[in-house]
Write a protein that binds this ligand. Structure first.
Ligand code: GSH
Length: 212
């Protein structure tokens, strides 16, 4: 029997996109829960495995460590092509798929690292609110830019649900939160509401975003 995957994650975090992907793929995993952005103990727990002290961090059955949410989602989708959670490399949709997966990761998700402690970027604590507001403005701009360029169908890339839908459904729950996301990205909003209602994921969304 294959050893289970081990995922360092937390409710309300980016790991939920990986959890959603594993759920759709029907792959069992062991979860090590810890809100890294809020608890030093959670950062310390993941640090030996991922010195970036971040989640999601995935331990593969052979012990190899994988980090970076977009890489995890693409890897898992590619490993299970029968589930059709990513366009295959020869599909023209692979280009927008890769473009927007990496965009969500680099232009949007990475900015959240600043918020728990603005001293991380050398800003004084007294500038905290202004820095967080500026981060949220940038993220709102990034969502609007993506919305203007994507041509969604039933799902963000057209007719098939992909890990891009799961990724945006999770990251759009972070600041500046869904209300702003719906306002600046109305075309994606329609799709993401559909992802929220996906029956195979309803229990997971409820359990992992209990306050939304
Ligand atoms: N580049 C990473 C970013 C992961 C990340 O920022 N994770 C947050 C939780 S949602 C975290 O662990 N933050 C810890 C911290 O702020 O120190 C990825 O895409 O997976």
């Amino acid at each position: 029997m294959t050893a289970p995957l081990t995922l360092y994650g937390a409710a309300g975090s980016g790991s939920v996109a990986v959890e959603a992907t594993l759920t759709l793929l029907g792959l069992p995993y062991q979860l090590i829960e810890g809100a890294t952005w809020a608890e030093a103990a959670a950062r310390d727990r993941v640090a030996p495995t991922n010195p970036m002290r971040q989640i999601p961090t995935l331990l593969l059955p052979g012990g190899e460590v994988m980090t970076e949410s977009a890489a995890l989602l693409i890897y898992l989708a590619d490993l299970h092509p029968e589930a059709r959670l990513a366009p295959c490399p020869t599909d023209p949709l692979r280009r927008p798929f890769l473009r927007w997966m990496l965009y969500v990761s680099s232009a949007i998700y990475s900015l959240h690292w600043i918020k728990p402690d603005v001293k991380r970027i050398g800003a004084p604590e007294s500038a905290r609110d202004a820095v967080v507001d500026a981060v949220h403005e940038r993220i709102a701009f990034c969502w609007a830019n993506m919305d203007a360029r994507l041509k969604p169908g039933r799902w963000l890339l057209g007719d098939e649900l992909s890990v891009l839908d799961l990724y945006v459904a999770v990251i759009s729950r972070f600041g500046p939160w869904r209300k702003r996301f719906y306002a600046v990205a109305p075309r994606m909003a329609e799709v993401i509401r559909r992802v929220d209602e996906e029956p195979r994921l309803a229990a997971l969304w409820r359990e992992r975003f209990p306050e939304d």
